[in-house]
Design a protein around this ligand. Sequence first.
Ligand code: AMP
Length: 251
Amino acid sequence: MKRRVLVGVKRCIDYNVKIRVKPDNTGVLTQNVKFSMNPFDEIAVTEAVKMKKEGGFEEIVAVSVGPKECQETIRRALAMGADRGIHVETDEELQPIAVARIFKKLAEKEQPQVVVLGKQAIDDDANQTGQMLAGMMDWSQGTHAYRLKFAPEEVECTRETDTGLQTLKLKLPSVITCDLRLNEPIFAKLPEIMKAKSKPLQKFTPQELGVETATPVKVVKVTEPPKREAGKIVESVQELVAALKKEGAIQ
Ligand code: AMP
């Protein structure tokens, strides 16, 4: 069996775009907005490429779940070095648990030794998919990966925690979620972008995979964060203390 890596690439609103909420508060405006690969997934693809170069892995399969435009995101992953793509097409906005169910089905089909995901998607900030997938598969998991070292049967995963770095030894198969400092994402050059156009890309719907996408979670309301008031410049510490007292911030 091929030593295979499955890597998740979510299409998200580009991190440079100023997000605007829909007037009816049901979500955010997506029309005429630039989308790109979730930045943590760029790190995940880059790590998968490194695993193939240095860690004895043979094939990288990039997976994206979402509308037809996700194929652009997959092509980008293919240009970065993934070997083939799988697009699970849906226009529904899926909750992380539904995405985890889809990855479970694909993991059963593709039999990867490792699934590499971002630590979170910058649109929903959920930080759930990897953990749910590891639970569903009963696989080991290394979240917020900072450094990875692969051996044939295991991976040494150093994680970023609030108090420092923690190193775990995980038996494969495993789910790894990538943090910011794991690597510098690959920048795909034109020849790779051209080559990526002819790499294989399979398409499924969640129904074809036999995955139930309904979940018991419903988004009730989306609102913008409260507007920050303009700051004031004070001339002295005394003036600062007086201003804070006036606003009731201190007594
Ligand atoms: P989340 O749990 O939504 O914060 O997402 C964590 C990670 O799961 C992302 O960085 C992706 O690697 C993966 N993921 C989540 N949703 C999708 C999706 N629709 N398509 C592909 N990968 C996804």
